[in-house]
Design a protein around this ligand. Structure first.
Ligand code: ATP
Length: 476
């Protein structure tokens, strides 16, 4: 049977099975905000953990960080967000809906430059747009309880800046040496002009970012390294290769400071042309650290503390500049420089959507439709379900014992309600890779049935082996 990949099917499964709900649903919902339910919060945590494991736990050259969402307003001045973090938008004169200029499609047979041939996605009017204007994407709020001394601060639009402003702290308190990276997962906020496609583009979302610091001249090598490593992360977790690609940015797409950028794209079942960004990998040169050196200069705080460096002219490109507080001294090469940065920047929610879409499948069992999520075990919300075949003859007691034993190691689920076939189907739909059933034979020979989700094959193993069996099969 053909695989259904329509977004509506995913949304409906997510709602029905408690993966993802609309935020504030009982009050009519809040647009573009979503809550992860019992299965969804497990999925999301598993995706986060898989990212952390591969980037921090399994690497010698990356350390973790967890920064505050609120930051000093000068951070956003230095990073460029306060002045430039805006989408160029236009408003349809017919229906008053605001759209991002770069998201407008051309009307058929109209190839005119500018907005003359573009279609309003809300009402379909062609070429009825106001002059394009910047629209600031950062959310503002007030910090401080008193009216007089409260100040306007921003909800961070990316986690990266927390890493840059802690670069010196990490250098001074750990033994990292360049090349090394700092990784962080956390919430970011953008007042997006157009939100779309369920959890694909929302105004509150979670990012997983690495800033990988390296010596100028080695940046291209590390850029290649990260392209491969990040592509592999998705395929290792089960995303089909044919649904994933690396798309290099065209010259005119590149940010002015970026030397190169490539998007990891997934073939989502929506949008124009299907391929959509999952993650961006950019060679940001030394732009960010330089900007913050300049920013620190504005504030002067660091320079007051470290008088000896106060005479450095941070506004020039002079050699002196390289001696600033965010520079790095390479002991071996006896060289001081401002590190270059390779930034793989991923979205946890977008990844969850890609994992859901990619795992979604349907097949037929005894003439009946079976819906299932073929999740990789590492991200499956529930790793194993334990069932007594019937609710009598001591089976529930044995089942509970096994359940209590393995739940210490894996997220498991115990179910004794309804026919066993239905219990299997419910677990298939939740993406649970293994179901363990205790039946009449268990008491006689201490064996249980293990049923595998994808193949539906069953085998009997000794009940004392269940933990070890799952460990090996799940490989987690
Ligand atoms: P887009 O062009 O789709 O708006 P972007 O290029 O601005 O995205 P980045 O700033 O590179 O995105 O952010 C890095 C990653 O963070 C994206 O690849 C995506 O996975 C995630 N992300 C960014 N904005 C959102 C959002 N509004 N909702 C969900 N995830 C997001």
């Amino acid at each position: 049977m053909a695989k259904l990949t329509k977004l509506e099917d995913i949304v409906s499964l997510c709602k029905r099975r408690g993966f993802i709900f609309q935020s504030s649903e009982i009050y009519g919902g809040l647009a573009s905000c979503y809550d992860y339910g019992p299965l969804g919060s497990e999925l999301k945590r598993n995706v986060r953990n898989a990212w952390w494991k591969s980037t921090v736990q399994m690497r010698d050259d990356i350390v973790g960080l967890d920064c505050s969402i609120f930051m000093h307003p000068l951070v956003w001045k230095a990073s460029g967000h306060a002045d430039k973090f805006a989408d160029i938008v236009t408003v349809c004169k017919k229906c008053n809906v605001r759209s991002r200029v770069d998201h407008l499609a051309s009307a058929e047979n109209k190839t005119a430059d500018g907005l003359a041939g573009k279609v309003c996605p809300a009402c379909g009017a062609v070429g009825q747009f106001t002059e394009p204007m910047p629209f600031r994407l950062m959310f503002e709020t007030q910090m401080g309880a008193n009216v007089d001394d409260s100040m306007t601060i921003f909800l961070r639009p990316e986690t990266a800046q927390g890493i840059f402003v802690n670069f010196r702290n990490v250098l001074d308190t750990t033994r990292v040496k360049i090349p090394f990276g700092i990784a962080q997962i956390g919430k970011s906020f953008r007042n997006e002009v157009t939100t779309k496609a369920f959890i694909f583009r929302t105004r509150e979302f979670e990012q997983a970012e690495i800033e990988f610091f390296c010596a100028p001249g080695t940046d291209e090598k590390w850029f290649e390294h990260w392209k491969e490593a990040r592509f592999k992360w998705y395929t290792d977790l089960g995303i089909k290769k044919e649904n994933l690609r690396l798309r290099p940015h065209e010259k005119d797409e590149l940010a002015h400071y970026a030397k190169a950028c490539v998007d990891v794209e997934y073939k989502f079942p929506f949008g124009s042309g299907d391929w959509q960004e999952l993650e961006g990998i950019a060679n940001r040169t030394d732009f960010d650290l330089r900007q913050h050196q300049r920013g620190m200069r504005t504030l002067n705080a660091w320079y007051e503390k470290k008088g000896d460096l106060s005479k450095i002219d941070l506004n020039s490109e002079s050699e002196d500049y390289q001696k600033g507080p965010l520079s790095y001294f390479d002991e071996e090469a006896k060289q001081r420089f401002i590190p270059y940065v390779i930034e793989p920047s991923a979205g946890i929610d977008r990844s969850c959507l890609a994992f859901l879409v990619d795992a979604y499948d349907e097949d037929e069992v005894n003439g009946e439709k079976r819906g299932l999520l073929r999740f990789h075990p590492a991200i499956a919300p529930v790793k194993a379900a334990v069932f007594p075949l019937v609710k009598k003859d001591g089976m529930p007691e044995i089942a509970r014992n096994i359940y209590d034993d393995i739940r210490k190691y894996f997220n498991c689920f115990y179910d004794e309600k309804s026919a066993v076939g239905r219990r299997y189907r419910r677990q298939d739909e939740a993406g649970t890779p293994f179901c363990i059933t205790i039946d009449g034979q268990t008491k006689e020979d201490q064996t249980v049935t293990v049923r595998e989700r994808d193949s539906m094959k069953q085998e009997r193993i000794n009940m004392s082996q269940v933990k070890q069996y799952l460990r090996e099969k799940l490989d987690i």
